[in-house]
Design a protein around this ligand. Sequence first.
Ligand code: CP
Length: 336
Amino acid sequence: MQIDLRGKDLITFDDWSKGEIETVLETSKYYKILRATHQIVEPLKHKTLFMIFFEQSTRTRNSMEAAMTQLGGHAHDLTPSKMQLSHGESAKDTAIVLSRMGEGIAIRNCFYNIGNKYLNEIARWANIPVISMQDDVYHPLQVIADLMTIQEYYGKDLRGLKVAVVWAYATSHAKPLSVPQSQILMFPRYGMHVAVAHPPEFPLQKEIVEKARKNAEENGGKIEFVGDMAEAVKDADIVIPKNWGGFAYFDEWVDDEEHFNEMKANLERHKDWKLTEEIFALAKKDAKIMHALPADRGKEVVDELLDGPHSIIYDEAENRLHTAKAVLALTMGGRP
Ligand code: CP
């Protein structure tokens, strides 16, 4: 099935139908084959994507820019400091002006309680597709690459597959909630059994958890929250060890030193939340390890696992390119 997605925003796949997601997955496979067979297809020739990064990125920035180049178009690699939004220019003016000059706007803004609102405000005023490159709530471009990768290993019928989404210790930075939240929303829609484990001070957002439970109920999936990493990993087919910040622990998150200090103190109490070979041995014999990357090696998960035969992290990262092409070509494309 192919659904016309021209002009559609992508802030979260949770408001895209299964048919629309299937269209992206099928198109991603097509672009993967084109690349493997050295074929050039340029549906976005002379088209422009404005990419605004409020934070650092390796995979998202480069998959999106490479995707635009390989599809015949161009991506502007922007940061707030290159734009007047650093002087307070409104989302409305930014969105309308960029809509007059190009064919797509992509934004990464992960500031907690700010990013998703900013993306939606841009989408409200833009009349070209607005694509999330990750916000504080969702990371759609990551979860679609995850889904593609899982289907490559396990086939299209994912019912009953057990995925452990487990919080893990990290010190590099307070990672957004958006990767695990997008995973717990998406995977139960495909009938997967998602087991989540995290320390009490590192919850996911309540409304996302409620929606994930609803998605599971409506699609024959399952989501459960268990007390520790080992319990979640037991008999899992896929294990995803991943840090996220304790933003949702606070009644109201305030971006100040006091809150960050409390979050850091909470973090230091849970250094032992690391995926080790001993814990991974509880998973199924041929279980896979996934990680959106960047990983805090030796803290979230030991190198022996990330670099070992069960790891599919680089397939997952590569699929960011193929899925980015599909999303861009389908939403930004027009009839010749
Ligand atoms: N997984 C991911 O989004 O990576 P980057 O932060 O490098 O884009």
